[in-house]
Design a protein around this ligand. Structure first.
Ligand SMILES: NC(=O)c1ccc[n+]([C@@H]2O[C@H](COP(=O)([O-])OP(=O)(O)OC[C@H]3O[C@@H](n4cnc5c(N)ncnc54)[C@H](OP(=O)(O)O)[C@@H]3O)[C@@H](O)[C@H]2O)c1
Length: 327
């Protein structure tokens, strides 16, 4: 069986993406062949599409860490032909061809049934960015952050940040959003932020060893100086989820927030989270945390992936990009 995919090929030291026709593999034991209806674009996909080391295992390669579609062949008792399924992370789009192809061949252990009240397009508006945002929010809430203080979100217009703003405001937190995009204040307010802070203003002064504890918690998607400043501004027993590094992979902090305020810094790695934790997140996102992300989601076809990859790498993406196959 032939299928279409956005294939990245290495030609000398250049990585070039184009839509190609590939042959579907035969199905291994405990694996599924899935007809992909929708995928989504994440920062990691942009890295895999441009040959950044440490993301895709080898080339030629089909990126796409998110998959939503229908089982067309099953060699696992838990899934039958026709089941609607969702899969994010693990080695999808890194060592195994991903959702930028119309067909994927995945171990059944990486796959979940799609919650019945979630449309495929909505599941991919959520995608890895949304699952990561949900993991970040769940971890700080489970650690017992205050309901009475605002929660900070960095990289707020990005994929992870924008969904974190939505979830936190939906479940009743006052959200303060840090952004580098001067012109997106109204968008962030619409997403549920009650205050928008310009990134340059936020880091104008370097982080103090201990600053005013203004925030109950934070979701940090950027790292670097912003994370350092956040740590100094979290109130007693507050917590920060740390999941990204677009603003830098190193930061400097004093120990005071940790030893004088009991602040927790919680790491989030959604890709390798146990499947059971991912199921809990999908269950939340299809019930009490259900979001309407339509206004912040752009739907594209395979031919437009390249230009959106460029935008995400330049930090210019707002919200989520969903890829519709067969469009
Ligand atoms: N740990 C995990 O499990 C996991 C899962 C998914 C993603 N991630 C990571 O999380 C991060 C965000 O991913 P994403 O998909 O949301 O990416 P994205 O859509 O590109 O969003 C990143 C946002 O960060 C802000 N930003 C860009 N450049 C910046 C800079 N130099 N300094 C500070 N902020 C900057 C921008 O938002 P504003 O203009 O609004 O500030 C941008 O929209 C990435 O590092 C990604 O690898 C981690």
């Amino acid at each position: 069986m032939k299928y279409k995919a956005y294939l990245i090929e290495q030609i000398d030291d250049q990585f070039i993406g184009s839509v190609k026709e590939l042959d579907a593999p035969s199905v291994d034991d405990n694996h599924l062949l899935i007809r992909v209806n929708y995928s989504s674009l994440n920062y990691k996909d942009a890295l895999a599409s441009t040959g950044v080391k440490g993301v895709a295992k080898s080339y030629p390669f089909v990126p796409g860490i998110d998959v939503c579609g229908t089982v067309i062949e099953s060699k696992d008792d838990r899934f039958a032909v026709g089941d609607n399924v969702v899969a994010t992370g693990y080695k999808i789009g890194m060592a195994v061809h991903g959702g930028f192809g119309e067909v994927v061949h995945l171990p059944a252990d990486w796959v979940l049934h799609l919650p019945s009240n979630l449309e495929m397009v909505d599941a991919m508006s959520i995608g890895t960015a949304g699952i990561t945002a949900a993991a970040c929010v769940k971890k700080i809430i489970d650690s017992g952050i205050s309901d009475n203080l605002p929660v900070l979100v960095s990289g707020a217009t990005g994929g992870v940040g924008s969904v974190a703003v939505h979830i936190l405001s939906k479940i009743g937190y006052e959200v303060h959003a840090i952004t580098g995009k001067l012109d997106e204040e109204a968008t962030l307010i619409k997403m549920g932020a009650s205050k928008v802070i310009q990134r340059s203003d936020y880091i104008k002064e370097p982080a103090k060893a201990l600053d005013k504890g203004l925030y109950g918690g934070a979701v940090d998607t950027v790292g670097g100086d912003i994370l350092a400043k956040m740590i100094s501004m979290i109130a007693n027993e507050g917590a920060i989820s740390c999941c990204g590094n677009v603003g830098g992979m190193k930061f400097t902090s004093s120990v005071f927030p940790f030893i004088l305020r009991g602040v927790s810094l919680i790491g989030v790695d959604s890709a390798e989270s146990p499947l059971e934790f991912k199921k809990q997140l999908w269950d939340l996102l299809s019930s009490t945390w259900q979001l309407d992300l339509k206004s912040q989601t752009k739907e594209i076809n395979l031919e437009s992936v390249g230009q959106e990859v460029t935008k995400i790498l330049q930090g210019k993406q707002v919200g989520r990009i969903v890829i519709k196959h067969g469009a």
